[in-house]
Design a protein around this ligand. Structure first.
Ligand code: 13P
Ligand code: SF4
Length: 309
């Protein structure tokens, strides 16, 4: 570890105590940011953690929709996103206005909303899901018609797993579409013993080649299995840091070095320290939006969020 990082980490740790803050970190964050986490996880685990934390301040090292979800769940806490420009291009592929228009075309449809979406869109939805629980969420619904937003590829994967036909919004993750099937076929030749694990945001031709399809934390759990010695990893490359740290002696091969989410990389140790010093930038979902959005988020969490008032 660089001296400068060690110094920043010490300062962050001291200030975190003073502010009674908790640092929640997504699996794609820079290695040094992962190393200061009080909790590291996927979108579902991070929202569950935000919902139950006793801290006054949540420093969210992830992207905007994740901090918004924390704000929806914890309206009385200060939620800081150390770089307010850390967004998610997939979440920006839908707006509440466009969703309202689509709902008019399908008045009977239930709207299942991937958490990678703006709070205003969640407010127009019936239930949320993450990559970790999307199959269960859709399976649990009795609706004859389902509108799945905004990720067409996650939606496609869920419909193949559940056998339910769904109307799919044409959104996608620009990082995950860089993961290509030809490369997986090459890597299978190079590493015949390796398991291939991919994220459900990948395209169907990639998913068809995988041994396992999982959320980011699902991948971390899979990597711990005794029968996994080598793993080809089809997701954003930031996860490799955690996989190697938790599994010394095992080999992790990213499908593509280009699968980088530039937004996830905007959070740095300097910005985390600055956010704690200045108590900004804060992400706060407006009250009226929150009151509607919490219904869909809470339904996903099984009514356990304590967030509904
Ligand atoms: P996870 O919920 O699997 O961590 O995924 C979040 C995400 O943004 C994937 O691109
Ligand atoms: Fe959004 Fe893709 Fe980045 Fe995940 S990896 S935050 S879906 S752009």
């Amino acid at each position: 570890m660089k001296n400068k990082d060690a110094e920043l980490m010490e300062k962050i740790s001291a200030l975190k105590k003073k502010r009674n803050a908790v640092i929640l970190v997504h699996n794609y964050q820079l290695g040094e940011v992962q190393d200061i986490a009080d909790f590291i996880g996927d979108s579902l685990e991070l929202s569950q953690n935000a919902a139950k934390t006793a801290a006054d301040v949540i420093v969210f090292c992830g992207v905007h929709f994740m901090a918004e979800t924390a704000s929806i769940l914890c309206p009385d806490k200060v939620v800081l996103l150390p770089d307010i420009n850390a967004g998610c291009p997939m979440a920006d592929m839908i707006t509440a206005e466009r969703l309202r228009a689509k709902k008019k075309e399908h008045p009977q449809a239930m709207v299942v909303c991937y958490v990678n979406s703006p709070a205003e869109v969640k407010a127009e939805s019936d239930i949320c899901c993450t990559s970790a629980n999307a199959v269960e969420v859709v399976e649990s619904l009795g609706a004859r018609e389902i509108l799945f937003i905004p990720d067409q590829y996650l939606g496609h994967y869920v419909s193949t797993r559940t056998g339910k036909k769904m109307i799919l919004w044409p959104g996608f993750c620009p990082t995950h579409v860089r993961i290509r099937p030809e490369r997986i076929l090459q890597l299978r030749q190079e590493y015949p013993q390796a398991k291939v694990v991919v994220h459900p945001e990948c395209t169907p031709d990639v998913i068809a080649l995988a041994d396992e399809v999982a959320s980011t934390s699902g991948m971390c759990r899979y990597a711990r299995r005794d029968d996994v010695r080598e793993m080809v990893v089809g997701t954003e490359v930031g996860i490799i840091h955690r996989l190697r740290k938790e599994n010394p002696g095992k080999k992790f091969i990213p499908v593509s070095d280009q699968a980088i989410c530039p937004d996830m990389k905007l959070i740095t140790l300097e910005k985390v320290l600055w956010a704690l010093e200045e108590m900004t930038p804060e992400v706060k979902v407006p009250h009226e939006v929150r009151l509607k959005a919490i219904v869909a988020v809470d339904r996903m969490l099984g009514g356990k969020s304590k967030g509904r008032d």
